[in-house]
Design a protein around this ligand. Structure first.
Ligand code: PHE
Ligand code: CO
Length: 302
């Protein structure tokens, strides 16, 4: 038996089944009634597929370049130093990167790999890939009319937002721990709480630095408008990182966040999430949820 198999629920619970591609778009959480985009017929049972780089058009590459240049211009003063230092690993923005070359580079740095997927995949399959240090990146790119906003993650969000920090050793280890924790959360039926942790750290996290607050979350870093909003707008609440508080907090997927959580360091994030979450999930389940944007007495506000 491989080390990873004892992290996976027994097949008779039906949980394992959900991680296996059947060739059709999966039901995914939080995306309403539309099936995700992407061709699941070409994907393997673990949902990975070929990038099929040759099928990108000149217009696709040009759209990627314009997205990249718009974001890169905004990074100074808004993105954390670790991200800015690593974004160069994406290579020249004139073309959508080849995942295999990028994967080799990140493997050399932190033993992570980049793998292609058709689009959103079920959470079990996602956790399983992360737990094996494989980051799934959507192959397709948005349409030109989605330049400012795309509902589902596309290749630009996944690559530009997520891949640079996989070059950071501490963050890379956090991502793997998250994947293993996700497999455990599935068994404990606590995926919703763990998904909030992903949302408020990996996707929308802020970090306090000597130079001021900076973004490290991929959803912010790949967003034209939210990057500046998250760091500088007086509107949203910015709350000091608190694991239990995050797991109780709902989130919205169709507007800028009204709450962000602020870590002091990736070490803090890694250390705070290292203990067994089993008792925490029970405590969270016994308490009221907190609405996005609201403040509770114990909050440490920035
Ligand atoms: N410590 C968590 C658990 O026991 C696993 C985890 C680590 C989850 C890091 C998320 C992030 O479930
Ligand atoms: Co993302």
């Amino acid at each position: 038996m491989s080390a990873e198999s004892d992290l996976v629920a027994p097949a008779d619970t039906g949980v394992h089944q959900k991680a296996v591609n059947q060739g059709v778009a999966p039901a995914t959480y939080g995306q309403g009634d539309r099936p995700p985009r992407g061709d699941y017929a070409q994907a393997r049972t673990d949902y990975t597929c070929e990038q099929d780089w040759a099928t990108y058009s000149a217009a696709d590459h040009d759209l990627y370049r314009r997205l990249y240049e718009r974001q890169a211009a905004q990074l100074p003063g808004l993105a954390c130093d670790e991200f800015i230092a690593a974004v160069k690993h994406l290579g020249s923005p004139t073309h959508i990167p080849r995942f295999d070359a990028l994967s080799d580079a990140v493997y050399r740095a932190t033993r992570w790999e980049v793998v292609a997927v058709p689009g959103l995949i079920p959470e079990e399959a996602f956790f399983s890939l992360l737990s094996r240090r494989k980051f799934p990146v959507t192959g397709w790119i948005r349409k030109p009319e989605e330049f400012d906003y795309v509902v589902e993650p596309d290749v630009f969000h996944d690559l530009f937002g997520h891949v640079p920090l996989l070059f950071n050793p501490m963050f890379a280890d956090y991502m793997q721990a998250y994947g293993a924790g996700g497999l455990k959360a599935s068994r404990l039926e606590s995926c919703e709480y763990l998904a909030r942790l992903y949302w408020y750290t990996v996707e929308f996290g802020l970090i306090d630095t000597p130079a001021g607050l900076r973004a490290y979350g991929a959803g912010i870093l790949s967003s034209a408008g939210e990057l500046r909003h998250s760091v500088t707008s007086p509107q949203p609440r910015r709350v000091g990182f608190d694991l239990e508080r995050i797991m109780r907090t709902r989130y919205t997927i169709d507007s800028y966040q009204s709450s962000y959580f602020v870590i002091d360091s990736f070490q803090q994030l890694f250390d705070a999430t290292a203990p067994d979450f089993t008792p925490l999930y029970r405590r969270v389940a016994a308490q009221d949820e907190i609405a996005a944007g609201s403040v509770v007495a114990a909050d440490r506000l920035y």
